[in-house]
Design a protein around this ligand. Structure first.
Ligand SMILES: NC(=O)c1ccc[n+]([C@@H]2O[C@H](COP(=O)([O-])OP(=O)(O)OC[C@H]3O[C@@H](n4cnc5c(N)ncnc54)[C@H](OP(=O)(O)O)[C@@H]3O)[C@@H](O)[C@H]2O)c1
Length: 292
């Protein structure tokens, strides 16, 4: 006889919540859903989920309640409503919505006051990759709560536990998105620079891909420099790379494209050099960035 999988409630049925419902159903979990906009919930119902009449009924259906909402404000709008409070007692709320670490810490207190346990999560996958080997999710909160639900949560993506502090998962998530969003803007800026001289983004793909693929090779040594505060510049100096940053800014100005990103990058180099890091490695810029 096949083992019965734990029931799961999913509240919030944007693209991400709907993908979670699909993979949980495919994994054999009974899934109950609720969403502010009912039409989205009915689509999940058609795929096999049970539609709850209201948030309290959705909470009552499963010990594990996953939230996939725009932000934590939406959680208060839904779970702070009349008649919902009592239904939170004894539940495990895994909020996989994006917000600041501070907001997740506040949410942990708010839920504890209502008798619920809390896991914060940050989903590191675009919607089409949910449930695949390429997906992982940062979790933080009480270790025993995570361990108890780890197998169920694994349906969404590899669960990576990063600590008891509830803020930690969103800290890791924001750090990853900081790298990701800034890299995407850098790529778009480079594409605009190329386009100004008639080179298409498609033509440049092999070299852009080489660049993205190669950057991770720098990380172990860079991390050692960042953590130790020691930035030996014998391979490449901030002064040399700052000159390149100035060339990119000049070329962007000549191309008539947006200057904000290269201006910000050049400013890091200028300030690091002014602070005496000219002969140090580029990693010394972190000393300027840390000071804000
Ligand atoms: N989409 C992705 O590829 C992706 C990838 C990684 C992480 N994430 C994160 O996953 C979370 C969900 O993403 P998504 O793409 O599904 O976002 P979304 O389209 O913004 O959907 C968010 C859900 O939140 C609900 N919601 C928003 N404000 C609400 C409020 N005040 N009261 C009640 N419900 C409210 C929406 O309800 P309605 O349907 O009624 O509007 C919807 O169900 C976000 O935090 C996002 O940063 C998304």
């Amino acid at each position: 006889m096949s083992e019965r999988k734990p029931a799961v409630t999913v509240i919030g049925l944007g693209p991400m919540g709907r993908a979670m419902v699909r993979v949980l159903l495919a994994g054999g979990h009974p899934v109950t859903v609720w969403n502010r906009t009912a039409s989205r919930a009915r689509a999940a119902e058609a795929e096999g989920a049970t539609l709850a009449a209201d948030p309290a009924e959705a909470l009552a259906a499963s010990e594990l309640v996953i939230l996939s909402l725009t932000d934590y404000r939406a959680m208060y709008d839904i779970l702070g409503g009349d008649g919902v409070g009592d239904a939170l007692r004894g539940r495990v709320v895994a909020n996989l919505s994006s917000d600041t670490p501070e907001q997740t810490r506040r949410a942990a207190d708010w839920l504890a006051e209502r008798g619920a346990r809390f896991l914060a999560g940050g989903v590191m996958a675009p919607e089409p990759l949910v449930g695949t080997d390429a997906a992982y999710v940062f979790y933080s909160g009480p270790r025993e709560v995570f361990d108890a639900h780890r197998d169920t949560l694994a349906a969404i993506g590899r669960p990576d536990y990063v600590g008891a502090d509830p803020g930690r998962a969103q800290l890791y998530y924001q750090a990853q998105l900081d790298i990701f969003l800034t890299s995407l803007s850098a790529y778009l800026h480079a594409s605009a620079l190329l386009a100004a001289e008639g080179v298409t983004a498609t033509e440049f793909v092999p070299w852009a891909a080489d660049n993205f693929d190669g950057i991770s090779a720098y990380l172990p040594e860079a991390a050692r420099c960042i953590d130790s505060g020691d930035h030996p510049g014998e391979k490449a100096t901030s002064t040399m790379m700052g000159a390149t940053a100035a060339h990119i800014l000049d070329a962007s100005r000549a191309a008539g494209i947006d200057l904000e990103l290269p201006t910000a990058v050049k400013s890091h180099y200028d300030r690091a050099i002014a602070a005496g890091h000219g002969a140090d490695s580029w990693t010394a810029l972190v000393e300027v960035i840390r000071k804000g």
